[in-house]
Design a protein around this ligand. Structure first.
Ligand code: HEM
Ligand code: HEM
Length: 242
């Protein structure tokens, strides 16, 4: 950079309040980011195709059945996305044991007192729109971590009920491992009911999750949204790393 260029950047830095108060922290490693976006795409496909399986569009029946195969495609996409989603989730579970401290499975449980205080603080900030008072975690905040853990449990439930439904349509070994679930849930109707009901859990989760990602990007001002793309967040130096 030329001398005048250095002078200009120093002038800009002088206008920024405490430019050295933040440092870059590599929070989300590549496997976590790849997991996140594969999971997001697979879940959207599962929700849309699942909804169509439960409520097929009658308009498409106008032509002869042999002239169309749209419902077959809907089901095929549902099943293909289901396999991607399940193996992607298993990869994330593995990464919870070998990845960095932010992606570790321990990050999902608010066992420390400071994390419990953070939960109260974040609920107040999200619901009542008050200011964040205490320090905020560099990785998932304690409330987000707990909610992701709940979501992971629903992932497992949806996988079990999905493969239970699939077991009556497939001879592959994976679905066949779940045949026992059908009588346990009072027959196929019961399994289908719960599998359908949790569609609405995912729809609600995604709407609130995306809203909160942007909201926290705004109130924390340290790159929450871009962190799930590039991996980096910014942290106040005085605070230290939690
Ligand atoms: C179907 C859509 C989506 C689903 C199911 C989803 C799900 C998740 C899950 C499960 C995590 C936890 C990741 C982990 O620890 O492994 C997460 C984190 C995150 N997601 Fe999403 N996500 C979706 C879409 C989005 C979108 C569109 C954005 C951005 C605009 C976004 C931004 C983030 C951010 C910033 C984090 C890290 C949050 C933090 O710092 O606590 N997500 N998401
Ligand atoms: C996790 C996200 C998922 C969502 C939101 C979802 C949603 C749905 C919905 C709403 C239906 C229609 C139920 C009805 O009203 O009849 C359905 C059907 C089905 N789903 Fe899923 N599902 C998911 C994951 C899975 C998984 C992991 C599998 C495993 C193979 C699976 C297999 C099936 C099967 C076999 C059917 C019945 C297809 C048919 O009767 O033609 N789903 N899903």
């Amino acid at each position: 950079m030329s001398a005048s260029g250095v002078g200009a950047s120093n002038a800009i830095a002088a206008k920024v309040e405490h430019p050295a108060d933040y440092r870059r922290v590599y929070v989300w490693e590549l496997p976590v980011r790849v997991y996140h976006w594969i999971n997001a795409v697979a879940l959207v496909l599962l929700c849309v195709t699942g909804y169509l399986i439960g409520a097929p569009i009658r308009l498409f029946y106008a032509s002869e059945a042999y002239q169309q195969y749209w419902f077959g495609w809907v089901r095929f996409i549902h099943f293909a996305a289901a396999f991607v989603y399940v193996f992607n989730f298993l990869a994330r579970l593995y990464w919870g044991f070998v990845g960095n401290r932010y992606s570790s499975w321990t990050a999902f449980f608010p066992l420390k007192r400071a994390q419990q205080q953070e939960i109260v603080d974040v609920i107040k900030a999200d619901v009542l729109e008050t200011k964040l008072h205490g320090p905020i975690s560099t990785g998932h905040n304690a409330l987000a971590g707990l909610i992701y853990f709940g979501t992971f449990l629903v992932f497992v439930f949806q996988t079990i009920t999905g493969f239970a439904l699939y077991s009556s349509m497939s001879n592959s070994c994976l679905p066949r491992m779940f045949t026992w679930v059908v009588p346990l849930m009072g027959g196929e109707f019961g399994v289908r009911f719960w599998h359908h009901l949790f569609l609405w859990f995912f729809v609600t989760f995604v709407i609130i999750h995306v809203y909160l990602a942007f909201y926290h990007d705004y109130i924390e001002g340290r790159g929450t949204v871009s962190s799930i793309i590039g991996g980096w967040k910014f942290d106040r130096v005085e605070k230290g790393d939690k």
